[in-house]
Design a protein around this ligand. Structure first.
Ligand SMILES: Nc1ncnc2c1ncn2[C@@H]1O[C@H](COP(=O)(O)OP(=O)(O)OP(=O)(O)O)[C@@H](O)[C@H]1O
Length: 254
């Protein structure tokens, strides 16, 4: 089933920058890595795909819903099916790790349900601890997020996404502030989502990780897609050579 259909979709900000034109489809169970130099429109694409912003041109359909005519109710349901990990983590500093993770299942929930779940987090501890163990951060379960490092907060944001029951997982540079071992741990966890039939779309600066973990690469250049295909074809492409020569080659075997 096609979950995302983009047809010359664009998002141009008032300063004339943004995403100029992208056409692609993404189906269930794909692990797509989005690569490209800084400022080419990767975050803009992620924000379009989670319904945080809307196209200024072209067509975008998410779960069969046309984003140019989406209603408020449809948008709320849609957001419950999409989990997002942003670059700036977006955890709630004054809440402990466990409650931040619970928020992953509260997209679109009523106030009553949110307060009830926040007041009784103990019921969900077992499942949450399992996820935190996979990310090697279970010892922080009762700590407030404001007491954690940037990399630890990033893992909490990832745990929150993993705890959700979403169908699409969007991650904007999820390994930006962690060490190489933790980066691999995080990417293996996203890979296991794919094995459960979930769809993962991830912005990555490190090409070596994109090639190793993703099964499809989308490369953006000057606001448009210049490559769409499997990693083995990507490494032979002109786009890869251009990007690798600008420094995103980090960690690639010599
Ligand atoms: N809210 C905004 N208002 C105006 N321009 C914006 C806005 N957000 C992004 N842009 C511009 O749109 C272009 C694409 O930005 P975007 O953040 O999508 O790039 P990116 O590929 O994610 O970059 P990076 O890899 O550095 O995160 C850039 O030129 C940026 O300056």
């Amino acid at each position: 089933m096609k979950l995302v259909v983009a047809n010359n979709v664009s998002k141009i900000y008032s300063n004339g920058q943004g995403l100029k034109s992208a056409s692609f489809t993404i189906s269930e169970g794909e692990f797509v890595g989005v690569v490209g130099q800084s400022g080419v429109g990767k975050t803009t694409l992620m924000r379009l795909l989670c319904g945080a912003i809307f196209p200024t041109g072209g067509g975008l359909t998410l779960f069969g819903i046309d984003m140019s005519t989406v209603t408020r109710g449809e948008l709320r349901k849609l957001r419950g099916r999409i989990a997002t990990v942003y670059q700036n983590h977006n955890v709630i500093p004054c809440l402990d790790v466990r409650r931040n993770v619970i928020l992953g299942r509260l997209a679109g929930a009523s106030w009553y349900e949110t307060i009830r779940r926040m007041a009784m987090p103990a019921r969900e501890t077992g499942e949450i601890r399992e996820i935190l163990e996979k990310l090697n951060i279970d010892d922080k379960i009762s700590e407030r997020c404001q007491e954690l490092s940037g990399g630890q907060q990033q893992r909490v944001a990832i745990a929150r996404a993993l705890y959700s029951q979403a169908d699409i997982f969007l991650a904007d540079e999820p390994i930006a502030s962690v060490d190489p071992t933790t980066a691999s741990l995080i990417l293996v966890n996203f890979q296991s989502l794919k094995l459960q039939g979930k769809t993962v779309i991830m912005n990555l600066h490190q090409l070596d990780h994109a090639i190793k973990y993703c099964d499809r690469i989308l490369m953006l250049e000057q606001g448009s897609i210049c490559f769409d295909g499997p990693p083995e074809k990507f490494v032979e492409s002109a786009g890869y050579s251009r990007l690798a020569s600008t420094g995103s080659k980090e960690g690639l075997p010599q």
